[in-house]
Design a binder for this molecule. Sequence first.
Ligand SMILES: Nc1ncnc2c1ncn2[C@@H]1O[C@H](COP(=O)(O)OP(=O)(O)O)[C@@H](O)[C@H]1O
Ligand SMILES: [Mg+2]
Length: 235
Amino acid sequence: MGEAFIRFENVEKIYGSGEGAVRALHDASFTIGKGEICVIVGPSGAGKTTLLNILGGMDTLTSGRVFLNDREVSAFDRRQLADYRRRDIGFVFQFYNLIPNLTALENVELASQIVRDSLPAPQVLTDVGLGERMRNFPAQLSGGEQQRVAIARALAKKPSLLLCDEPTGALDYATGKQILALLQDQSRKNGMTVVIITHNSALTAMADRVIGIRNGTVAYARLNEHVTPVEEIEW
Ligand SMILES: Nc1ncnc2c1ncn2[C@@H]1O[C@H](COP(=O)(O)OP(=O)(O)O)[C@@H](O)[C@H]1O
Ligand SMILES: [Mg+2]
């Protein structure tokens, strides 16, 4: 686990203004090392999605600083943020966000329109276990399979950072486990940094690093001494 790859310094995020203002994050500081699997855990409304959206360049902060690999993301202008989202970040969401009228293959091929040196879509789909389902449309796939397509689409860009917001939130227990195992496996194989948001504290066992979020700030951050393969975690 190397030096800090991601660094949050006293990040504050206030939505709205005046009487309607909501302070979603305050004094949020932490680091994440390159190649780590980091699980961010906390109750609903704690500020997890806000934090991930700021890290992924989908939202801007009110004060504080965010760095990725010594580039200050919080100082990027709109154009730089767009490049950053396209080139550096892979996103995986709870509800997959696939294009319904494109096949699995075509959804993953979208990556080649975003970055120049994307991985071949058939290869990545095979890698996530969907070699036989490439010609299917999202509606012809199960929830777990659709999430695999979404992961393949993110991986095809070869992102330096994969961000997953409640990736198993819409899946049953066994399927959710398979998806988390896939993420753990991909991180290990490719040395890819993966940040996973969850409200399920049992999942912290799979992480190299755990960051607990409560009431808009970091309640604790720790390294896991005994990382557990997802297959062995029960919840
Ligand atoms: N776009 C927004 N406008 C106003 N308030 C928001 C917005 N997004 C999130 N919030 C508020 O910020 C707080 C943190 O939300 P969020 O980051 O989504 O938490 P979590 O992902 O941990 O459930 C909540 O009080 C939420 O209502
Ligand atoms: Mg959320």
